[in-house]
Design a protein around this ligand. Structure first.
Ligand SMILES: Cc1cc2nc3c(=O)[nH]c(=O)nc-3n(C[C@H](O)[C@H](O)[C@H](O)COP(=O)(O)OP(=O)(O)OC[C@H]3O[C@@H](n4cnc5c(N)ncnc54)[C@H](O)[C@@H]3O)c2cc1C
Length: 482
């Protein structure tokens, strides 16, 4: 079989305009939101319906060609990087909100709907889609489900899996199944729960029924400023220990604060060593008391100052700083490797300090920007890929930090998933038996290991004589077409 045969089969299955195969078209699909891994697909399809997704998948897997599903490609673990070549399925054309039912507070959406666009569509009904990854202006609801995305407000409202009620899924053989139900506590195994967060390894979600959340009556947002990073870290656990669950509890530290301020003009003091962005929401009469208690805990933890957003414009500016933080750090260095670990909240100060020590030892800059309330830690290791050896140093430093998270009783991903980047670290947490049980579950959905092979688990590694399924694969070296 040749690449030309595959392209011809796909063109006849779903029509020539939905099949991209020229080098300049394929280059757009060789990377995700992280800077470290890149590989070219052999072909990209852009189907416009579940039936077209199924036809394309059937054609590809029937020829032994791996399939990688892609939402907006903002993932940070290499999940959409087609490292074995094959077919990328872009869901960009499946981008419609199909219906909103205010009575049941649900929406039916196609997977390519951008996260914020769903909330915009729900706004006239006084509702929104609660999972709010900081990439929400570009990432898709399907990608959020594929990676089980978290976000600032997931501390109070739960991560994506808590908001997906049902899904239509295309399996590796091209069959279409419907999983989940809008009925609460439906009987049977939670197969939908297995698919959400499976990073495209079990099937392709082509339609979702999601929960919508009523907008809170009132919201208050605080910027809390610290001269010491440790004090800010300790304040996070003190707030939760005081029995307060804010809607969001975010932390930023180090020179990232000045970079954010220079880029976004969010109102962050550039000389602060750390800031917390705290938001509470609920009934108006409850918020005054909660605000007072938060101020007390922050003062007792050594905060220099607590500022309250006076109106929605100020609130939006504070959030623009947080949500634009990654991009702002390009002012410090052009590339980043973002580490995604979790630690028990009480261990935050020590692991934060350790991440700074590790970065210094590897001669890298580090900025910590993270969902502190749920112990999610994101040291952003900053470097310039053009300097030989920096990529390797960033990977080694990230690995040391993740080992420290595990040693502190935490884990290796809070929200970005495992993808390519961390599949070899799964053995730090899981025994051989655990990993083989995961592989067995995967085999129930995809016995031939064609769906995003080698992601999440190191399964389905091609043997030497299979390498040509990579049949027609070309790899790239930092974006150059070979
Ligand atoms: C600036 C920035 C900020 C970010 N902030 C956050 C954050 O706060 N929280 C967070 O969790 N993540 C965050 N991320 C990571 C990323 O945005 C999320 O993981 C997001 O959910 C990915 O959505 P996407 O549409 O880009 O999916 P993609 O990157 O295209 O795909 C992500 C994974 O899901 C799979 N997938 C995609 N679509 C489907 C589908 N329809 N069916 C099955 N599997 C599918 C893919 O194969 C891949 O493994 C951030 C990224 C950036 C660049």
């Amino acid at each position: 079989m040749t690449r030309e045969t595959l392209i011809a089969a796909l063109q006849s299955a779903i029509g020539p305009t939905c099949v991209l195969h020229r080098p300049e078209e394929l280059m757009l699909y060789e990377y995700d939101g992280s800077s470290l891994d890149q590989a070219l697909p052999d072909v990209v399809v852009v189907p416009g319906s579940t039936a077209e997704v199924a036809a394309a998948v059937r054609a590809a897997t029937g020829m032994g060609v791996p399939v990688v599903v892609r939402g907006a490609g903002t993932g940070l673990a290499g999940g959409t990087v087609p490292d074995r070549g094959g077919m990328v399925v872009s869901l960009a054309r499946l981008n419609r909100v199909l219906s909103i039912d205010p009575a049941s507070r649900t929406a039916v959406v196609q997977p390519g709907v951008v996260n914020t666009e769903l909330s915009v569509a729900a706004a006239p009904y006084g509702m929104h889609f609660a999972p709010d990854p900081s990439s929400q202006r570009s990432s898709t609801v399907g990608g959020n489900a594929g990676s089980n995305a978290g976000g600032p407000h997931c501390l109070k409202y739960g991560v994506t899996t808590n908001h997906v009620l049902a899904a239509t899924v295309v399996l590796a053989d091209g069959s279409v199944v419907r999983l989940g139900s809008t009925v609460p506590d439906a009987p049977g195994y939670d197969l939908l729960g297995a698919v959400v967060g499976s990073e495209g390894t079990l099937g392709i979600i082509t339609e979702l029924t999601v929960r919508l959340t009523r907008n809170a009556e009132d919201v208050r947002t605080f910027l809390v400023i610290f001269d010491e990073m440790d004090a800010a870290g300790a304040c996070v656990s003190a707030i939760i220990a005081a029995g307060i669950i804010p809607a969001a509890l975010e932390m930023m530290s180090g020179e990232g604060i000045a970079a954010i301020e220079a880029s976004v003009h969010a109102g962050y003091p550039p000389d602060a060593r750390a800031v917390l962005l705290i938001e509470i929401d609920g009934l108006r009469e409850d918020l005054a008391d909660e605000a007072r208690r938060i101020a007390e805990v922050c003062t007792a933890s050594g905060a220099r100052e607590l500022r309250t957003a006076a109106d929605s414009a100020q609130r939006e500016r504070l959030w623009a700083g947080r949500k634009g933080a990654l991009a702002a750090c390009a002012r410090i260095a052009p590339h980043y490797h973002i580490v995604d670990g979790v630690v028990p909240r009480s261990r935050l100060p020590e692991v934060l300090r350790y991440s700074e020590e590790v970065a210094a030892r590897y001669d890298l800059k580090v900025v910590n920007i993270f969902h502190a309330g749920d112990g999610n830690l994101h040291p952003l290791l900053l470097f310039n890929l053009r300097v030989p050896g920096t990529r390797e140093r960033a990977v080694a430093a990230g690995e040391e930090i993740l080992r420290a998270c595990v040693a502190a009783g935490g884990t290796i991903s809070g929200e970005h998933g495992i993808g390519l980047e961390k599949r070899d670290y799964m053995s730090w947490l899981f025994s051989e038996d655990d990993l083989s049980a995961f592989a067995d579950i995967r085999a129930v959905f995809d016995p031939t290991e064609m769906m995003n092979p080698g992601k999440l688990l190191r399964t389905g590694a091609p043997s030497a004589d299979q390498a040509p399924t990579q049949a027609f694969r070309r790899t790239t070296e930092r974006g150059a077409w070979i």
